[in-house]
Design a protein around this ligand. Structure first.
Ligand SMILES: [Zn+2]
Length: 395
């Protein structure tokens, strides 16, 4: 079996958090649901069992779920930095790419400054700029179409050139879906103006985009195209949410990766690197096909790794059916609590070790190549694709 415990990890998609903002029961953070879910449903998952089992190992304590959680709460509250370090060192977590769009004033009423998060976790950190928040803000301030497009272009430039953002991100899958079409400036302007008139009439910006009307889709598609063009110009990847997410806001049918046909095949966007985040779970085979056939399409494993427990190994193998190994990146989509960052890496190292060992044993694929694939996924691909420089194997 491949031992990957010492391999350094780049987490290519996650979110900053603050210990003081943790206000819910621990198991609540292991659910993707935005509505009330009975405790019984949250503690009777394989993910919960795995987190408890692995916490018991790291903390060196025995007991049932509630005992382990109580010990965890005590340790985390007493010394948050020390506790985080213990978990992150357990998986050799090196670098974090944080999507600064969550938490943010718009979604949670607060944001976390990159400098503050850096002090807390002490990892190398690179921000990812989320485009949708700028569009929401412009809409809620009833800015004109020209002002909104200028603001988005300016904020993208500023994030990449001044604040060190290494990529952009869009959650349009949550809003009007991934069947993103090229639209004319004029149609986009007309559609945007209709949305603004609704906001002026008292609707919230969130409401007018999540109603998924034709005008919302036309306007948002145009802003995604603008952002993809900026990515090509600035040579940074565009992360696109694909697959599972926070229910019931997410309509999984609108988040299917193959809906991206028009965007990823657009002639003008050939130089934009698209990273399909969350491996489009559960549509990993579809993502594998896209990553195989479009030179500018990449994939990361985030969210799938933290939330699908025993599914991680199978889905990595499904991806490997077609996806070139130099285009697959590890990620956790960790947010709110440190355990999500850590358990995702625990499960991914285990899944890569077991999955790649199967290839070595059953398909005579050589051991050296298997280790190289693990290093590519855990570290090297993200360093190359996001041009992080200076860390790790340099492959
Ligand atoms: Zn995320």
């Amino acid at each position: 079996m491949l031992d990957l415990s010492d391999e350094p990890v780049v987490d290519a998609h996650c979110h900053a958090f603050l210990p003081l903002k943790e206000t819910e029961a621990f198991e609540r953070y292991l659910s993707l649901s935005m509505v009330e879910v009975p405790k019984a449903d949250m503690v009777n998952t394989v993910l919960y069992r795995r987190v408890i089992r692995e916490l018991s190992r790291v903390l060196g304590i025995a007991g049932k779920g509630d005992d382990i959680v109580a010990a965890r709460n005590e340790a985390y509250r007493r010394d948050p930095e020390g506790y985080i370090r213990r978990l992150f060192e357990d998986v050799n977590l090196d670098t974090l790419l944080i999507d600064t769009g969550y938490p943010s004033e718009y979604f949670t009423g607060y944001s976390v400054r990159v400098e503050d998060f850096k002090k807390l976790v002490r990892n190398r950190i690179h921000p990812i700029f989320r485009i949708d928040n700028t569009v929401f803000r412009c809409l809620s301030e009833a800015k004109s179409f020209e002002e909104a497009s200028e603001a988005l272009a300016r904020e993208i430039d500023n994030a990449v050139e001044k604040e060190g953002a290494v990529g952009l991100k869009t959650i349009v899958a949550y809003l009007t879906g991934l069947e993103i079409r090229r639209v004319s400036d004029r149609d986009a302007g007309d559609a945007y103006n209709l949305l603004v008139s609704k906001v002026k009439g008292g609707a919230s910006a969130g409401d007018v985009v999540t109603e998924r009307t034709r005008e919302a889709k036309t306007a948002l598609d145009w802003f995604v195209f603008l952002s993809a063009k900026k990515c090509a110009e600035l040579e940074v990847p565009l992360q696109i949410h694909t697959g599972i997410g926070d229910a019931p806001l997410l309509n999984l049918r609108l988040a299917e990766p193959t809906l991206l046909y028009h965007l990823i095949g657009d002639e003008e966007l050939k130089r934009c690197k698209f990273v399909l985040v969350h491996a489009g779970y559960p549509f990993a085979e579809e993502v594998g096909f896209l990553v195989n056939t479009y030179p500018n399409v990449y994939v990361d494993l985030s969210e799938m790794t933290a939330f699908t427990s025993i599914g991680v190994k199978d889905k990595i193998l499904r991806l490997l059916e077609m996806a070139p190994t130099n285009k697959i990146m590890y990620g956790s989509d960790g947010y709110n609590i440190p355990e999500l960052f850590w358990i995702a890496a625990v499960e991914t190292k285990k899944a890569l070790s077991e999955g790649l060992s199967t290839l070595v044993e059953s398909y005579s694929i050589d051991q050296e190549w298997a280790r190289q694939v693990a290093q590519q996924v855990l570290h090297d691909n993200a360093v190359r694709i996001y041009r992080l420089g200076g860390t790790g194997h340099g492959r």
